[in-house]
Design a binder for this molecule. Structure first.
Ligand code: 2NL
Length: 357
């Protein structure tokens, strides 16, 4: 017993790594370890022998176990000490810079437009991007054979073979959102519907998904004069100018009567756009008085109620406000656009000319 004690305690004392320590533990206290085997022999002893030997074995087992644990902790401490001596960390180093994201210009313009109309009492309405053809076309007085229905270059959803119901569509405008709002709320109503719209169109100036804000105001005597004032207020706020001049140009939409396209007075001098002054006109949106048939489809009595609606393309508006305002200063402006997206490559001193911030 004494021999065993010395054997294992000195082995533990001499060991220098954890693997060897584990081997010692198995040899002594493992299932087939020397102490464990001795314990198993207790059964063959007389009760008296068993009592004394058993007790001694238990004491020995606890002693070896304690020595193993102490050594394990000591080895771990030594390992940590060694690491602390070898590794070092300069806590005074500056942090690694992280590229900051920025809001997309289109999202920013959406937010700006929404805030301006909210100030004039327009609530924001939202609706599905996958619409049924009734909400996207029929309710808007766009008959199945109407050329606009093809003109729109609509994305149609899939229907199973033999399912003859008209397919759903990716909404071609946010008007269906306003149809839903009218059906839900009735008149009077003042809403805008900002969102993504889809048309099968793809070239230098068109993308199959783009953004629109439509507006709608229905009351007992809302007129095109009210429309003009609302749009003027909008343009002043959006383009951040004291005054604007708008003109209505007669147009046609199936969902409004009369219909008007709206131009804003501007100047294009040396590639630089100025809003509110000059001899040029720039088309900014389409509008009109909501067609009686559209009011009727939306559950509103056209003999009692009337109002205006308009639709603005957001992507072009974003380019006008945050795009390249001055083609002469292409590089500077381009940088502004890129910066907005969070690009910094052009800030590098390797770019000639020392581009300014
Ligand atoms: C354009 C034309 C327009 C509307 C959209 C509208 C919505 C309802 C009823 C009647 Cl619910 N009209 N929307 C009206 C006129 C023009 O957009 O060229 N947008 C870029």
């Amino acid at each position: 017993m004494q021999e065993l004690r010395e054997k294992y305690l000195s082995a533990v004392a001499d060991v220098t790594d954890e693997a060897a320590l584990e081997e010692i533990r198995l040899a002594a206290l493992g299932k087939k370890g020397e102490i464990s085997l001795k314990m198993r022999e207790l059964g063959k002893m007389t009760p008296e022998e068993r009592q004394t030997t058993g007790k001694a074995l238990n004491v020995l087992k606890d002693e070896i176990d304690a020595a193993l644990r102490a050594k394990k902790a000591a080895l771990a401490d030594a390992a940590l000490d060694a690491r602390l001596r070898e590794e070092w960390l300069d806590v005074t180093l500056p942090g690694r810079p992280r590229r900051q994201g920025t809001i997309h210009p289109v999202s920013q313009v959406m937010d700006e437009v929404t805030a301006i109309f909210a100030d004039m009492g327009f609530a924001v309405a939202e609706g599905p991007q996958i619409e049924d053809d009734w909400h996207n076309f029929d309710a808007l007085n766009i008959a199945p054979e109407h050329p606009a229905r093809q003109e729109h270059d609509t994305f149609f959803m899939h229907r199973d073979e033999g399912d003859d119901r008209p397919p759903h569509v990716l909404r071609t405008h946010t008007s269906p959102v306003q149809i839903r709002a009218m059906l839900e709320q009735g008149a009077p109503i003042r809403v805008i519907a900002p969102g993504r719209v889809y048309r099968m169109d793809m070239d230098q100036t068109h993308t199959p998904m783009f953004h629109q804000v439509e507006g709608l105001a229905i009351g007992r005597d809302i007129s095109m004069a009210n429309l003009k004032w609302v749009l003027e207020e909008f343009c002043k706020a959006f383009f951040e100018v004291e005054g604007v001049e708008l003109r209505f140009r007669a147009s046609h939409f199936p969902f409004t009567e009369p219909s008007a396209e709206v131009d804003i007075r501007c100047s294009w001098e040396g590639g630089s756009l100025k809003i509110g002054e000059g001899d040029d006109w720039m088309e900014i949106l389409g509008s009109g008085m909501v067609h009686p048939k559209v009011l009727e489809a939306a559950g509103i009595d056209p003999n009692e109620w009337q109002g205006f609606a308009f639709g603005i393309g957001i992507d072009r508006l974003a380019m006008l406000k945050y795009g390249i305002p001055d083609l002469r200063a292409f590089f500077e402006s381009d940088l502004r656009w890129l910066k907005h997206y969070g690009f910094s490559a052009l800030d590098l001193p390797t770019v000639a000319g020392g581009l300014s911030r």
